[in-house]
Design a protein around this ligand. Structure first.
Ligand SMILES: *Cc1c(COP(=O)(O)O)cnc(C)c1O
Length: 369
């Protein structure tokens, strides 16, 4: 006998419902550009846009403010582009003046890739100002907004972003298996003129343009990822119900409260990103005290409460960086207080002097202001 299950036996997702979810995602971006929902984790549109927009003969400025920028550089090189890497230390943000200088030194640059906010390093970059200099130069502007959407404003039209890639799994509090990209008219032209752009491929954006968008969004290219689309719809509904501004304010408060709480806690723990204006609202990174291994500290804190959104930095950062992933449903004063209390207790166990009560008070005060 077959037993029905709530995650199975669903009615097929219609083209109309798919288009309606696309419109609601476009509204989160305040964009008039075409929005394509891509059926895979955000790496799918991130790679698809680079392979569509870059080609042998392209010169790309790849801005590296964390590990994702390094990945983009590798894809760009793989496409045959000449890549100019602009790297800044992970504890800071890139400035529009640095970008302007790089563009002036390399007039051939026709593609600029940037990560808006980096959950992995905790910084956020001034996209509006950078967009102005990229626009003046005339290059295509590619933006990874996976970690910023829902946590801070993401405005591709106002900022002159040609490819703005988002995923639902961070501040949107949604599923990881589906993502989206807004594509400008200029970007579509560049893709169409690129003989190496993926076509008849899962990485292809042109397939969606020609067969879905230009066809009036009537016929899907393949059976849609139904569970992920329903989860994305639920996630957008929940954001609409709370209000996007309120969701972003919650993330800004979580970041400010974590920063203030850490400074009050003491014990040698410090914000990893030096200036508060460069710190991403999506997640706060901390530098562990000299002589304290960050991954061991996180393991001790998680032993006390495994539900906390704490993780050590990736790769070489595992020894010195702690990430407080206060995003989605974890952007609450309670989670920030508990995260700092657990880190404080773990530091206390390793013989450091911490002020748990001062940290609690600082979180509460910073959250409200
Ligand atoms: C999280 C994130 C992604 C998506 O990667 P996952 O590790 O699969 O979640 C892409 N870009 C940035 C900047 C991110 O922070």
């Amino acid at each position: 006998m077959t037993v029905t299950h709530p995650l199975l036996d669903l009615a097929p997702l219609t083209a109309a419902q798919f288009a309606s979810i696309e419109r609601r995602v476009a509204a989160l971006l305040s964009t008039e550009q075409d929005v394509v929902i891509t059926q895979g984790e955000a790496l799918l549109p991130l790679e698809g846009c680079i392979r569509s927009g870059a080609r042998p003969g392209s010169t790309a400025l790849n801005i590296v403010t964390g590990p994702y920028g390094q990945t983009f550089g590798n894809w760009l090189r793989d496409c045959g582009a000449t890549v100019v890497d602009l790297e800044v230390p992970f504890h800071t943000a890139v400035t529009a003046a640095q970008v302007e200088r790089a563009l002036a030194e390399h007039p051939a640059i026709d593609f600029v890739s940037l990560v808006h906010a980096e959950a992995a390093t905790g910084n956020t970059n001034p996209v509006a100002e950078i967009g102005e200099v990229v626009r003046a130069h005339g290059a295509l502007f590619y933006l990874d907004a996976v970690a910023s959407i829902g946590a801070e404003p993401v405005l591709p039209d106002a900022w002159g972003v040609d490819m703005c890639i988002i995923g639902a799994q961070k501040a949107m509090g949604g599923p990881a298996g589906v993502s989206a990209v807004s594509v400008s008219a200029r970007a579509w032209e560049r893709f169409a003129a690129n003989p190496a752009a993926p076509r008849r491929s899962y990485l292809s954006l042109l397939d969606w343009k020609e067969r879905w968008i230009d066809g009036g969004r009537k016929t899907l290219l393949h059976a849609p990822a139904q569970l992920e689309m329903l989860a994305l719809e639920a996630c957008v509904e929940r954001i609409e119900a709370e209000g996007l501004d309120a969701v972003m304010a919650r993330h800004a408060s979580a970041a400010a409260a974590t920063r203030a709480g850490v400074l009050a806690l003491g014990g040698g723990l410090e914000p990893y990103v030096h200036e508060a204006r460069d710190a991403a609202p999506v997640a706060t990174t901390l530098r562990s005290p000299a002589g304290v291994d960050a991954s061991e500290l996180v393991a001790r804190a998680l032993a006390a409460d495994p539900s906390l959104p704490l993780i050590a930095g990736g790769g070489v950062l595992a020894k010195e960086m702690i990430r407080v992933n206060h995003y989605g449903v974890d952007a609450t004063p309670g989670t920030v207080r508990s995260s700092l209390a657990a880190l404080g207790a773990a530091l206390g166990e390793s013989g450091r002097t911490v002020d748990l009560e001062a940290a609690r008070r600082a979180v509460t005060e910073a959250w409200g202001s």
